[in-house]
Design a protein around this ligand. Structure first.
Ligand SMILES: Nc1ncnc2c1ncn2[C@@H]1O[C@H](COP(=O)(O)OS(=O)(=O)O)[C@@H](OP(=O)(O)O)[C@H]1O
Length: 336
């Protein structure tokens, strides 16, 4: 066992060490290994956090869970959800929490904050004002049972997998521990195509929430990054209605929707001090600025070779076939 692996393993309790050893494993992107747990690839510390979450989390009917594939618009959707749902308490944009907190702090993730051994915020749960807002990258099948059985709501965001892959690869290379070698694009791509990425295979993650949104449309709202970009007003109204916080005509005419959109826009958020200079996490400290890169549709054209595009296109076509699900891969506004 090398030094990095040992340091990951040290964070685990004995029971989890035994579980982890029994799982299939592959080389990780920013951790020594990813392990196949309940059909998806996770780091060892994520598995411990997910299991604790599954065993202990008690959902309330008023809870809202922002779920996503990593690097598909989570930060944006968390900001929009917080601004929409909590607008009664923060009607003014001049002293809004989103101006001084990163969206991941306001909508904490189960697996990286609440049930993560290093950050451990379980004691905060009883203090959270309702509706409680949570984030997660955990696949639908691995969510705590009480979320599925309660009347809590889930809003899910995903993004075309070409941009999601590039966004992930760029992010990983920025937050990589110094002693870790840089991850070449080609190597990352091969692992991605095999589904070996944290919380992957990404297509199975997407299909899990997609199918649930069809079976229970009142429970899961399925959103695509590209659709929100194309018509953000329509989607903000849709999110508000789905969550049970619709905008009144008066709010609409007074510019409440436009204000929320502006507050949560990439251009605004990226320039805030908290997002330029702030950090998050205790174990692996991540600079908030890395959550804001380009926010474009189709940036992948600058990175992927024709053969890579062909390979990933075929995989996506095969994996999503029969699901009635497809993605826009170029920004139509920038197409000539
Ligand atoms: N406000 C806002 N509006 C639109 N787009 C935004 C916004 N904030 C972040 N981003 C872009 O989203 C990408 C990061 O994805 P996530 O937020 O899902 O990352 S994470 O999973 O929470 O780490 C990443 O995309 P890329 O730029 O393509 O890498 C971010 O730039």
């Amino acid at each position: 066992m090398d030094e990095q692996e040992a340091s990951e393993e040290n964070k685990l309790s004995q029971d989890y060490k035994e579980l982890i050893i029994s799982l299939p494993r592959e080389k990780g992107w920013i951790t020594p290994y990813l392990y196949l747990f309940q059909g998806f690839w996770h780091s060892s510390t994520e598995i411990q956090a997910i299991s604790t979450f599954q065993n202990h989390f008690q959902a309330k009917d008023s809870d809202i869970v922002v779920a996503s594939v990593p690097k598909s618009g989570t930060t944006w959707l968390k900001a929009l959800t917080f601004a929409i749902v909590k607008r009664q308490y923060f009607p003014s944009l001049e002293n809004h929490p989103l101006l001084v907190f990163n969206p991941h702090e306001l909508v904490p993730p189960f697996e990286f904050v609440i049930y993560d051994e290093t950050n451990w915020q379980v004691h905060e749960l009883p203090k959270m004002p309702e509706p409680r807002l949570f984030g997660t990258h955990v696949p639908f099948t691995s969510l705590a049972k009480s979320i599925k059985e309660s009347n809590s709501k889930i809003i899910y965001i995903c993004r075309n997998l070409f941009d999601t892959f590039i966004s992930t690869w760029a992010f990983v290379n920025k937050i990589m521990p110094e002693f870790f070698p840089a991850l070449p694009l080609e190597e990352a791509f091969e692992r991605y195509c095999k589904g070996i990425i944290g919380f992957g295979p990404s297509w199975n993650h997407i299909l899990g929430y997609w199918r649930e949104s069809i079976a229970r449309p009142e429970k899961v709202l399925f959103l695509k990054y590209e659709d929100i970009k194309e018509d953000v007003v329509f989607n903000v109204k849709k999110i508000a209605e789905f969550l049970g916080y619709p905008f009144t005509e008066e709010e609409e005419s007074s510019g409440a929707i436009k204000n929320i959109i502006k507050l949560c826009s990439f251009e605004n958020m990226k320039e805030l001090k908290v997002n330029k200079c702030g950090t998050m996490g205790k174990g692996r400290v991540v600079e908030n600025k890395h959550f804001f890169r380009k926010a474009e549709i189709g940036d992948w054209v600058n990175y992927l070779s024709p053969s890579m595009v062909e390979k990933l296109s075929k995989i996506i076509e095969e994996k999503l076939s029969g699901s009635d699900l497809s993605f826009r891969v170029y920004d139509l506004n920038n197409c000539t």
